[in-house]
Design a protein around this ligand. Sequence first.
Ligand SMILES: *Cc1c(COP(=O)(O)O)cnc(C)c1O
Length: 367
Amino acid sequence: MKNKQFIVGPVELYQETRDVYQTDFTYFRTPEFGNMVKQSLAKLGKLIGNENPNSMIYLTASGTAGMEAVIENCTNKNDKCLVINGGTFGHRFCELLEYHDIEFSSIDLEWNETLTQSHLEKYANQGYTMLFVNLHETSTGQLYNIEMLSKFAKENNLLLVVDAISTFLADDFNMNRYGIDATIISSQKGLCLSAGLSFLSFSERMLARINQTEKVSSKYFDFKDYLKNIERGQTPYTPAVFIMYELQNMLELIEKEGGIKARLNFIEEKCKYFRTKAVEIGLKIPDYPLSNMLTPVCFEDIKAGDVIKILKDKYQIFVNPCGGKMADKLLRVSHIGNTTIADIDNLIEKMQLVITEVKEAKSCIVS
Ligand SMILES: *Cc1c(COP(=O)(O)O)cnc(C)c1O
């Protein structure tokens, strides 16, 4: 039986993406490859809400490198940063800022605590210069309110850095509309490509800042080199060439499906379908605002880890565990990737069997 992935990434690949590897490749230091890259970044830019393809670059590195490189290239010692820290990925921004000696404060949320205006208000007019947020905090599934964050950033003249890695192509997102200054996305999440690339998109004022940064702490990730090269569709160093072909193919596929709206509608349909079925079989879903990318499921009487393990060992179905304090209580089911409504029916059926099995095993031990 084939493995079924309901994980946040790398996700179940589309057959079209796998087929890319059957076609011919062009040497990457050619104008032909450069043109392909430029076209892809222009299309990707439209989906992100950035009309200037020369303000987009890509790195051969996972999303965390994108987060770190933004800190290296876009912050300086005079900055005072604010981080929304609602889980693993918010915590990662804090760790990276600390590592690079950039002053910051964090709004620390409990795993099930909704981010509200009252959390932000305390930090108004306090000399902050930048706001960092993982718009969808993938570790809990909470989707923050971008309108609220964008308004706060504007009112306080903050540069707004958004890790949109797990919300882009799952929820509505637009960089221009919300005045976002840097957007970070990566290949293996909503784009449904192999892991290994991250894409960065900048506003004009962030570009100006990047060009003023004198010495970036990492030579390899100096954005000035990437921005110069990208005008010709090139990168300073060898990129993950094959994933750029996957991207070209995926952007065509999205167009063929009917554009970004059609893709978002399909994710939403899978998401709603799963949530309805999950509630029907008695599963509990948290009530803070959720992304359509995934659904967290809470367990009280049995361990989430036991359910995850049996789903994997017995049925080759993969769902995500949660780290830290929530490991026993939560699992996460992803709705991105090449999965269908029929796959969800199968998942629900198997989850029900597994939960019964875990409960029976537990009652044997007790009695
Ligand atoms: C997946 C993810 C990342 C990137 O993690 P990598 O392991 O470096 O790919 C960053 N932020 C968020 C919100 C994510 O979901």
